[in-house]
Design a protein. Structure first.
Length: 245
């Protein structure tokens, strides 16, 4: 009996030691990235965190410059990226797009209040000096003269260039533009009342993490159908805007 008990304890101990690294791997959160310094991305990060916690998905988000975030996902340094437009998947065909979008952005054109430009559509900025944020796909897709296109690292830099007259038009999202103007106390720049495209925003995954696609898609759809996503949007947008004042 003593010999049997010793054998049993030895086998149990071996199984326990073997399970330790497995449990550790399961406990480790999946790493996601988002674009730092953009208002819509901050809202999206809160929504992503909301449905992950609701459905007990162990994920964390790191906010990075747009180009670095893209590189991290493509090189599998991160499992995925939280908020990118449809065309991002065309530029990165090896990535997996989670089918259901969970937020959106509207592209906006910003100019100085004293500008004399007649801008009624995107066709009117083809030959003027335009600034965009490097790596942000919906702004880089704007059809302008490449010799007159200036790419910068942040919305703050974009607004500074606009105020100083280095560029004629700044292109960013409507929420990001408005929030940055308020944050920087800029009162001589305005958002033009030009109707531009609205982009749904999706989660993208490195192909090594393709198994997460149906899990995330289910969490997003369940959150939408339960009315939770709309509730989280209101709270997230108010939280981001309140940080400005």
């Amino acid at each position: 009996m003593k010999v049997f008990l010793n054998v049993f304890l030895f086998q149990f101990l071996c199984m326990f030691i073997w399970l330790i690294p497995v449990a550790g791997a399961m406990a480790k959160p999946y790493s996601f990235v988002g674009i730092q310094g953009l208002a819509e991305q901050e809202v999206g990060a809160r929504l992503f965190d909301g449905f992950c916690k609701k459905y007990q998905l162990n994920c964390e988000i790191e906010m990075l410059p747009a180009s670095r975030a893209e590189l991290n996902v493509c090189e599998a340094k991160s499992a995925g990226e939280i908020m990118r437009i449809w065309e991002y998947g065309i530029d990165n065909p090896d990535l997996i797009r989670v089918p259901t979008p969970y937020y959106h952005l509207k592209t906006a054109l910003l100019v100085r209040s004293d500008n004399r430009l007649n801008i009624y559509s995107l066709k009117d900025i083809v030959d003027v000096n335009v600034g965009v944020i490097r790596g942000v796909k919906h702004t880089e897709q704007i059809d302008v003269n490449p010799d007159k296109l200036l790419k910068v690292a942040s919305t703050e830099q974009l607004m500074q260039l606009l105020v100083k007259g280095r560029i004629d038009v700044a292109v960013t999202s409507r929420l990001d533009g408005a929030s940055t103007l308020n944050k920087m106390n800029i009162d001589n720049v305005m958002i033009l009342p030009v109707e531009l495209q609205t982009y749904p925003l999706y989660v993208y995954l490195n192909s090594e993490y393709a198994h997460l696609a149906p899990i995330l898609d289910s969490a997003i759809n369940d959150s939408i159908n339960a009315g939770l996503m709309d509730q989280w949007k209101v709270v997230a947008e108010q939280s981001v805007i309140s940080k400005i004042h």
